[in-house]
Each structure stands twice: as structure tokens, then as C-alpha cells.
Ligand binder design. Structure first.
Ligand code: ZN
Ligand code: ZN
Ligand code: ZN
Length: 89
């Protein structure tokens, strides 16, 4: 995994990561990472102007069946804990 990719994932998770000056080729003229720049039509942005993995309309990979971010869905997290318990027992 490249550092840029890692930063992108961390940003997706809501972390405040300062722009890395060592990766200028990924920068858009709007001061964002091109991949997730709405103005540039980055590949990471869907037709609804949302980040693809988190677009509820596009049913992104990070959106669960309850129409929430998987990481922040209480129902999913409870189910995951139950599943883990079952495997342990
Ligand atoms: Zn841009
Ligand atoms: Zn969408
Ligand atoms: Zn859920």
C-alpha cells in the first residue's frame, strides 16, 4: 500500500491528514487529492457528487444494508460482535 493510498483511507475514516507535499501529482488545482476532488470529477467521486464508497444512493462498498457507513452502524457492529463470539465458542 502506498502512503498516498493510506492517507486517502484515513481521510475517508474522518482523520485530518495534512496534504503531503511529496505527492504533488495527485493534487488537483483545488488543493485536494484529485481522486476525491468533486470539481475535477475524480474517479473516487460518483455521479451524485459523493465519495463512491460512501454514497448511499450508489450503495458504495462502505454503506451497509441499513444505509449507514458500515464503520458507524450500530446494528452491523453488534452483528459482527455476535458473529465473532460464535466463532470463538
Ligand atoms: Zn479539483
Ligand atoms: Zn452515488
Ligand atoms: Zn448496518
Amino acid at each position: 500500500m502506498t502512503k498516498a493510498k493510506l492517507v486517502e483511507i484515513l481521510r475517508d475514516m474522518g482523520e485530518e491528514i495534512p496534504d503531503d507535499e511529496s505527492a504533488p501529482k495527485n493534487k488537483s488545482p483545488h488543493g485536494k487529492v484529485k481522486y476525491t476532488c468533486k470539481e475535477c470529477g475524480g474517479k473516487g467521486i460518483c455521479e451524485h457528487n459523493n465519495r463512491k464508497p460512501y454514497c448511499k444512493i450508489s450503495r458504495g462498498s462502505q454503506i451497509c444494508e441499513h444505509n449507514k457507513r458500515k464503520a458507524g452502524c450500530n446494528v452491523c457492529q453488534r452483528v459482527n460482535i455476535l458473529k465473532k463470539k460464535q466463532f470463538v465458542d
